[in-house]
Design a protein around this ligand. Structure first.
Ligand code: GAR
Length: 215
């Protein structure tokens, strides 16, 4: 967890904790899993009133699986290459999430498009993190595209998932500068510091808003 973790507002998590049972989260990730790690750590340190029921990952050998296993969180491989269609994969994701009694889904670096099959099964209860200030730079190459477009500021967005890719209601955003010598790696690292800061807060805010019937 990076040093910015201290910025997770205790007041937000306190409000969510009051009189409420922990959110049952299902995490979905494809790669390294640093965002998975910060959510797990926010829970472990009492900053986020939730529990991770399971991790679904799609790439064999993804580092995120080891992170989950280290914390005794069930890690289930659903390799998209083994399914005939996106919908077939989504049906298996739903079965798995239901098996682990998941209420909320967090796509933390899930690099596959999901369909209405999954979205309809968890209405307003799927969150995604994306490495740009949406609506700019949707899709799988957001960091490179920000550099190519020569923007001076980019960032990250946490939003609810809707059928149109990277387009659902925005929960939180954080901005970072794009520096003249930035590569994809240096800029992505700067963005990830902010991702790690806002993702746990956004999960708490989303749950609070839905429970209050505000979204
Ligand atoms: C994150 O930067 C996230 O924003 C991005 O994948 C990375 C995963 O990092 N997601 C997307 O690009 C989704 N379109 P992590 O595995 O270290 O959490």
């Amino acid at each position: 967890m990076n040093d910015d973790s201290s910025l997770i507002s205790p007041s937000i998590s306190d409000r969510v904790s009051e009189n409420q049972t922990p959110l049952k989260l299902g995490m979905m990730a494809s790669g390294s899993g640093t965002n998975f790690e910060v959510v797990a750590e926010a829970i472990a340190t009492g900053q986020l009133n939730a529990q991770i029921q399971c991790l679904i990952y799609n790439n064999p050998g993804a580092k995120v699986a080891a992170r989950a296993e280290k914390r005794n969180i069930p890690a289930i491989l659903l390799d998209h290459r083994q399914f005939n269609s996106r919908e077939d994969l989504d049906r298996q994701i739903i079965t798995t999430l239901q098996q682990y009694e998941v209420e909320w889904v967090v796509m933390a670096g899930w690099m596959r498009i999901v369909t209405s099959v999954l979205i309809d099964a968890f209405p307003h209860q799927i969150i995604n993190i994306h490495p740009s200030l949406l609506p700019s730079f949707r899709g799988g190459h957001a960091v490179e595209e920000a550099i190519a477009a020569k923007v001076k500021i980019t960032g990250c967005t946490v939003h609810l998932v809707t059928p149109e890719v990277d387009s659902g209601p925005i929960l939180m955003q954080a901005a970072v500068p794009v520096l003249p010598d930035d590569t994809r790696e240096t800029l992505h690292a700067r963005i990830q510091v902010q991702e790690h800061r806002i993702l746990p807060i956004a999960i708490a805010l989303a749950a609070q808003a839905v429970r209050a019937n505000q979204i």
